[in-house]
Write a protein of this length. Structure first.
Length: 330
């Protein structure tokens, strides 16, 4: 397959479409995480469909002092990765092509969800992100668009925009791709020195610690529900080697499934240790939120949740998250 490089919407619109068009939006500096998105798009588009990868570094979503100027621009390498992963087209418009009259006066507002977590740290970021996503959706006209779950808040806002504003396409989230040591793939990882990268591993380690604590508590609650809360149940638990605390059926039965506070605490321990490393990890936030609106979940929550973290290591800011489900064993 030969991937075509296009830079104007007119050239893209001139292509003959015979099947589904699947779009993967990127800011370039492609890596295996992007390649996974493109391969998934290829599967969804099918043999008679078309995969379009957009490469556009959007100035609207970079705030003052952020890394717009030093954000990596590697179009030749991006084209090769896109081609190997199965893209038909790389659409790499200029700023003038996307914003022909300069920065748009009318923009999409991310609303309250866009002011939380990443939005609190980066004011206006999500307004800029949604504005360019909306424009690129109009310019590319996809049937389905794919985004990585690593940017969980971004994905949630895009889904909300598409639903609230009746865009009429399918949004697909693709699981985070990680290095062998657990670090989430990111274009910004290339900024890290060897020492900074070792410290950065604390982000994923904290998430895994929270996830492990959650899984253990869910399993304990599942066992608690298997036998009625009686002395016979306590005897049964003791007989298979459970601790006295675990055999306290009343405490287990009354415990909140999954224990959000305990999940946060397990993750926080890892992050606190990383803050004492050299170089240190400087935490922006650790949050356990409802993915529908990114508000913090409380004890008693059932259903999906996202454990999210953002931190700086040296001059590089990194984010990561992991999905959890509370009350799955009920």
């Amino acid at each position: 397959m030969t991937t075509v490089l296009l830079s104007t919407a007119d050239a893209l619109h001139a292509r003959v479409r015979t099947g589904r068009r699947a779009v993967v939006m990127t800011m370039g500096a492609l890596h295996e995480g992007h390649a996974t998105l493109i391969r998934t798009a290829r599967q969804l588009a099918g043999g008679d469909g078309e995969v379009v990868v957009t490469v556009f570094v959007n100035p609207l979503q970079f705030g003052a002092g952020e890394d717009l100027d030093r954000y990596p621009r590697t179009l030749d390498a991006d084209l090769k990765i896109a081609e190997q992963a199965g893209a038909d087209v790389v659409f790499a418009p200029s700023v003038d092509e996307v914003y022909p009259g300069g920065e748009p006066q009318v923009r999409i507002s991310a609303g309250p969800m866009g002011e939380r977590l990443e939005g609190s740290t980066r004011p206006g970021h999500f307004d800029g992100m949604l504005t360019v996503v909306a424009k690129l959706l109009h310019l590319t006209g996809p049937d389905v668009a794919l985004f990585g779950q690593k940017d969980a808040q971004q994905l949630a806002l895009i889904r909300r925009m598409v639903r609230d504003l009746n865009f009429g396409l399918e949004i697909v989230g693709v699981p985070t791709v990680r290095e062998a040591d657990g670090l989430a793939l990111s274009s910004r990882n290339r900024y890290l020195s060897a020492g900074e990268r070792r410290t950065a591993l604390a982000l994923s380690q904290a998430l895994f610690a929270g996830s492990d604590r959650h899984a253990a508590q869910e399993a304990l609650c599942a066992r608690a529900r298997e036998v009625p809360a009686t002395h016979a149940r306590a005897d049964a638990l003791s007989a298979i080697g459970e601790s006295r605390a675990a055999a306290d059926t009343h405490a287990v039965a009354k415990a909140a499934p999954g224990g959000p506070a305990a999940v946060r605490a397990a993750a926080r321990l890892v992050l606190d240790d990383a803050a004492r490393l050299s170089p240190p990890l400087v935490l922006d936030y650790l949050a356990l939120v409802d993915p529908s609106d990114f508000t913090e979940i409380q004890d008693g929550h059932t259903g999906d949740a996202v454990l999210a973290v953002a931190a700086r290591v040296g001059a590089t800011r990194l984010i990561d998250n992991i999905p959890l489900t509370f009350g799955a064993a009920s």
